[in-house]
Design a binder for this molecule. Sequence first.
Ligand SMILES: NC(=O)C1=CN([C@@H]2O[C@H](COP(=O)(O)OP(=O)(O)OC[C@H]3O[C@@H](n4cnc5c(N)ncnc54)[C@H](OP(=O)(O)O)[C@@H]3O)[C@@H](O)[C@H]2O)[C@@H](O)CC1
Ligand SMILES: [K+]
Length: 504
Amino acid sequence: MDARSVGSLDGAWLLSATEMRAAEARAIAAGTPGAVLMERAAASVVAAIDAQWPELQPGARICVLCGPGGNGGDGYAVARMLAARGMRVALHALAPASHPDAVGQATLWREMGEIGGWDGATNSAASADLVIDALFGIGLSRPLGAEIAALREVRAPRRLAIDLPSGLCSESGRVIGEACLDADFTVTFHAPKRGHVLAEGPARCGRLDLRDIGLDAVGGEIALTGVPADLAKRAGHKYGYGHALVLSGEVGRGGAARMAARAALRIGAGLVTLGCPAAALQENAARLDAIMLRPVRDEEALAGLLEDARLNALLLGPGLGTGARERDLVAQALSAGRATVLDADALTLVANDDGLRGALHPGCLLTPHEGEFARLCTDLADRMTGPTTSGPAFSRLDAAREAAARLGCTLLLKGPDTVIAAPDGRARVNASVYDRAAPWLATAGAGDVLAGIAAGLMARGRDGFDAASTAAWLHSAAARRFGPGLIAEDLPEQLPGLLRELGL
Ligand SMILES: NC(=O)C1=CN([C@@H]2O[C@H](COP(=O)(O)OP(=O)(O)OC[C@H]3O[C@@H](n4cnc5c(N)ncnc54)[C@H](OP(=O)(O)O)[C@@H]3O)[C@@H](O)[C@H]2O)[C@@H](O)CC1
Ligand SMILES: [K+]
């Protein structure tokens, strides 16, 4: 069966182990035996090895490490297929096969070679051209024992993990306990699992290859963000695309809000106004043209401005400040009940003020990075980063969903694995990892631009969840489009070209 490229992570389902098992069970119930699925999985691993390391020819030394479950079963089958091609395979089992299909595969392997004891595993691995980790996949339930962890010391020239590197939790992308057998290359089946993209997953997996094993079309609870639709503008008035208001801070602190405002305008908000203290008008006027400017001294001035119901999306936070004036501005903005993005300083204000926290409403979108998240929901952040002793570990997905439900608003938890969660339980992940990595996004002001794109989309009428998902996708796509040397100002300027490439 054909390989699907990692580029297809766009919009893919991000499966849990339970959902993967259900997909397998459906196939078995429909008449494809588990043994056949395992055979296909193993054949796809062999095809992936051919594509990744064509230099491995007959005679190459392969060390296969097998666990007792289905992952080990895949390993026995791969060992057999590679040995049949003349490769010199040394196989070591941690424990006898217990999964029924693995028992069958072990029996087939024994007709071709030995099942070595675990005491020889380290020596075999140390002299191999390729080490294949078939110890644990989605069934990992506890930390690796010391006898397995010792294999981390072996410096193999090529390390392949079947389904997941052993030690990595399929639900969270976190290491259970302390040890993980990091891979250069991981081959997985049917659909990516949450652990492949969340947290440490990408670093532990190396490269990810997704292979089809003939299961039915996937479905799941959580999807990755995909190519956005419906961004085109049709004939109409500028007010048909909304009016975003971005509030800015004191003199000399306006850059973040200006970049956010520019991003909101570039993504198609009909109008964007920047509100700032009177003293900062001159500075902002010197730097803005298409973006309108209004003085906003205090919450009363904001209330006056908001009498214009056409101001339908608000953004507070970038360069705002954290004093009493800003606290009151946030309170006033929240009491207006409109689509509202809170970022940066506004998140600090909310974290320190129960009144503001209580005023959050379903039209709010909060966009914290991990540090801001820890101030907002300390207990969830602790569970997300604290020690793990059993699987599945509490994940960034779990934390963001619980926080959204608790705060009663949509939350976008930033990172290479950005999680977007709505208070009703919906969640998505924007994964800037593997071929979609955007390392140059780690630059000052990038988050302000993200908040601005989201605010612009909310002005255009999208709800917080949709706006956040689309903004996250566009933000990382814009960064990849620019490439090395990116600074935050470049991001809004990438949007026109990107929109054209999306067919607009
Ligand atoms: N589903 C599918 O569609 C397909 C699945 N396929 C393959 O099957 C894999 C899933 O198989 P699986 O369910 O048997 O789980 P797996 O990862 O082999 O581990 C479970 C075993 O490990 C044990 N164990 C766990 N942690 C341990 C530790 N730290 N130290 C020691 N032991 C530990 C655990 O013991 P227990 O927790 O029960 O005591 C149990 O015995 C999947 O990842 C893929 O590779 C493919 O063939 C394609 C179709
Ligand atoms: K594995």
